[in-house]
Each structure stands twice: as C-alpha cells, then as structure tokens.
Ligand binder design. Structure first.
Ligand code: SDX
Length: 435
C-alpha cells in the first residue's frame, strides 16, 4: 500500500524575507524528499528541474536503485540474485504482486500468461500496412497502440480485475508481437506460440523456427534470453516508465500508455542505446581504432558519445552490466564464436575507458546496454530488433508502475508547470501594418 513515507523534519525556505516550512519525508531506503506540493500555493513560486535530476515524481515500492553503490533491488531482492536464481516470469509475479510466488501461485500465474499469448487474428493485418524495411520499433509502437482497440473493457482502470487482466495480456502478448515484427522484417511466415514451452523458449521459437524443419531449442540460449529479460524488467522512474505514468495519469487506455512507453524507450539515449552501441562497436571495428573514438567521446565539440556508457543514476558500475558481460561470454561459448572482433573491441574499450581520467571524473561506467547487443547479435537478432527486446522485457515494469500509480490514493493527473521567458502580452497587428 502506497503512502508509507515518514516525517523527517522540516526544510525552511526563505523568499523575500518570508520563511516557508516544507515537510521533509523519509522512505525505507534512499534520499529523503522535500515535499513541495504546497509551495506554489504558499509562496507563489515553482521549482525548476529540467530532466528531473533532483526530483522525485512519485512514491514507489517496486524498484530501488543506489547509483553510488551500484545497487538494484526489485521488491528488495538484488538483481544479481534474481538473475542467478529466478526466472523472468517469477520476476514478473514479484514486480506485479510485491512478493515471490509460492509454487502454486507461480504455476497458476504461468498458466494464465501462457493462455494469453495468442494475438487476435485481425492484429496480423496491421503488418501489411508496414514496409518490410520499417524500423521494428516503429512497428512495435504502432501495434502495441493498436492492441488498445481490442480490449475496450480495459479502459475501466478503476476495476482491479481489468487491471490485472490487462497486465497479464500485455506480458503474454509482447513476445508474440515482437516475434511477428521480426518475421515480417525477414519475410518469413508468422509462428504462433506453443503452450508447452517456457516464456523464453516460446519467444526464441517464434522468432527462429521455420516451416521447413523443427526448431531445436538451446537451453543455454533460452536461459540467456530469460536472463536478458530479467535484467531489463524494471528500473525505477526512467524516461519510458515516467512516460507510461504520465500517459496513464490521464486515465488513458493502459495499452495506449504502454505504447507511449515503447515510443519513449526508442531513443538512443535510453533503450535505443543497445542498437546504437552495437553499431558503434561495429564502426570502431578493431582495437586499434578505439583511441580515435575515445577522443571523440571526450571532445565537447563532437556530439559523439560512447554508447552503452554513462547513466543518470549509476555513478558506479551498473550491476546489470556485470551479469550481461558474464552472459555474453556464456552465449559466445555456446555458439562457438568466442572472442569475436566485436567482443574484443567491447572488452578493450571498457578497459581503456575505465582507466581514462575523463570517464573516471565523470563517473561513466558501462550500463545495461553495453554488452546486451553482443548477446543479441550472437543469438541472431538484427541490430534494429534490440530495442524491441528491451521493450518486451520492460513491459512488466511499465504495467507494474502503471498499476501502482492508479492504486495510489494521492494520484492526480500529471501536469507540470514552467518558467515562461517568452513575450509579454502584446496586441495583434494586421499584416498590412507590419512593415
Ligand atoms: C538506459 O534511466 C534509466 O534507468 C535508463 C535505463 C533503464 O533501464 O531504463 O538504465 C536504460 O537508458 C541506459 C542508458 C543508455 N544510454 C546510453 O548508453 C547512451 C550514452 N549515454 C549518455 O547519453 C548519457 O550517459 C545518459 C543519457 C545515459 C545519461 O545522461 P545524463 O544523466 O543526462 O548525463 P549527462 O548527459 O549530463 O552527462 C554528464 C557528463 C556530460 O559532460 P559535461 O556536459 O558535464 O561536460 O558526462 C558526459 C556528458 O557529455 N557523458 C558522456 C557520456 N555520457 C555522459 N560523454 C561521453 N560518452 C558518454 N556515453
């Protein structure tokens, strides 16, 4: 239940000789907050924080990140323990319900997700409108939004059962949708899900099986895929999650709010970084060209950034990157493609960057996107599909955060203000008098 903050004193703000008392609130972990809800009403001033570097947008109990210590907890459980000992569907249950499931609870949850993996057959017709070379994220943004046309009853977000069913449907259908996007891009027939396969096995088979032969599932690749999903499941109030919360705060259809999250994730500064990172590693091409790119990343006049490096919150190693690096080695070993040129460039680039004063001073470390592309590339996914897989995995985080927002009694429509620096009031001048 939300609204579990505790009073932690008062902040005093003096403006033009008047002192305003602002409550300080504590959560269970992390920094305290200054509650400025009433500041405008009391003092007639706004706070300004573009990019929200010092702003908490909500109270949440789902994910905690300590950027200095490189800590990521999902409902209190460390990400490396979940990646090592849990499975993606179990993590979905945890994020949605706040606790790890009993065996019976998990069996029922997994069965329900499995029974919602099919898409309405009319959905397939949306693909005919796309060019075959459409960017997969364009197709995902469009088709996830289109799903909202098929579940009008989900519009009643005040109904807990409707919210629960919408969460199940979105988690269940994203792999089917993502696989169809891949098949459409490569011109192969769509493959429907099978109920006897695990979540990751189903997804790999829907992507890579062809009618001409039975698809052999690799347990190592299925485990790597499942771990990839776990590592991308949720991440506090990142750009796409904040987009989902803001879109959902107006009461918009939940599928439309998730489509807004997909759109936000696409950007290369956010979820699009995995695609951009692999393209960068391929552009670097060999270890001896790394210094040239490091220099460009440090050049203030060059917009180039080292993709897969840096993070708004992590000023230490992204704990997901460590697990992703280990998974990359496992996948490459399994596929017998150890020490590909890309992996060599990635490992040398990481080593050089971590020893470089610029990256040390600015606390720029590899993030979740640095190694993920190497795994997906080795598994056979085209680079443009990488962010689709990120969106597939993040869907559970988006729906969990959306549900938490809707269930928050203090929830109101999100409507930020601004500081205006435009023209003061002036009168219209007819065109024949404008000189
Ligand atoms: C994700 O928020 C999340 O949680 C996101 C995510 C999730 O799971 O949801 O973790 C997923 O989006 C990971 C981040 C993926 N993006 C990239 O890898 C793209 C490359 N990284 C940068 O664009 C950047 O680091 C950001 C966008 C990730 C963070 O940007 P910030 O917090 O706004 O930091 P900044 O741009 O203010 O950078 C601080 C300084 C700047 O230099 P100065 O202006 O202070 O001189 O560091 C520099 C930046 O120029 N810098 C980099 C850099 N990242 C930051 N310089 C070179 N290469 C980089 N990658």
């Amino acid at each position: 239940m939300i609204n579990k903050t505790k009073p932690a004193g008062t902040a005093k703000l003096e403006i033009n000789g008047t002192t305003y008392d602002l409550p300080i609130l504590s959560g269970s972990l992390g920094p305290d907050v200054i509650d400025v809800k009433k500041l405008y009403g009391q003092a007639g001033v706004f706070t300004l924080d573009p990019g929200f570097t010092s702003t908490a947008s909500c109270e949440s109990q789902i994910t905690f990140i300590d950027g200095d210590e490189g800590i990521l907890l999902h409902r209190g459980y460390p990400i490396d323990e979940l990646a090592d000992q849990s499975g993606y569907l179990e993590v979905c249950y945890l994020l949605l319900n706040g606790k790890l499931p009993t065996q019976t609870e998990f069996k029922s949850f997994a069965k329900e997700v499995t029974q919602h993996t099919l898409l309405h057959t009319q959905m397939d017709r949306f693909f005919d409108g796309f060019r075959r070379d459409s960017h997969p994220m364009a197709m995902l943004t469009g088709t996830v939004g289109a799903l909202s046309a098929f579940y009008p009853s989900s519009m009643d977000s005040s109904d807990p059962e409707e919210r629960r069913l919408a969460s199940i449907r979105l988690i269940a259908k994203m792999p089917t949708l993502a696989a169809r996007i891949y098949k459409y891009a490569v011109g192969q027939p769509f493959v429907n899900p099978r109920n006897d396969l695990s979540y990751a096995e189903n997804f790999l088979r829907m992507c890579f099986s062809v009618p001409a032969e039975e698809y052999k599932i690799s347990p190592t690749l299925a485990k790597a895929m499942d771990r990839f999903f776990i590592l991308h499941a949720d991440h506090e109030q990142n750009a796409s999650t904040s987009t989902v919360r803001l879109a959902g705060s107006s009461g918009a259809h939940p599928y439309a709010a998730i489509a807004a999250g997909v759109a936000s994730l696409w950007g290369p500064s956010h979820g699009g970084a995995n695609e951009a990172c692999l393209n960068m590693l391929q552009e670097i091409g060999s270890v001896d060209r790394i210094p040239e790119f490091i220099a460009r990343a440090k050049d203030k006049d060059d917009p180039f950034r080292l993709m897969g490096f840096g993070h708004r919150v992590y000023k230490n190693y992204d704990p997901r990157a460590k697990v992703m690096q280990q998974t990359a080695h496992e996948v490459l070993d399994e596929l017998g493609v150890r020490d590909t040129p890309i992996l060599k460039v990635a490992m040398e680039l990481e080593k050089i960057a971590l020893e470089d004063d610029y990256f040390i001073e600015k606390k720029l470390y590899p993030n979740v996107d640095f190694y993920s592309g190497i795994i997906l590339d080795a598994m056979g996914f085209p680079t443009e599909m990488f962010t689709v897989l990120f969106a597939l995995a993040r869907t559970v985080g988006w729906v969990s955060q959306l549900n938490e927002m809707i269930e928050d009694p203090t929830q109101r429509i999100g409507r930020p203000r601004q500081i205006y620096t435009g023209e003061a009031k002036r009168s219209f001048v007819p065109v024949n008098q404008r000189g």
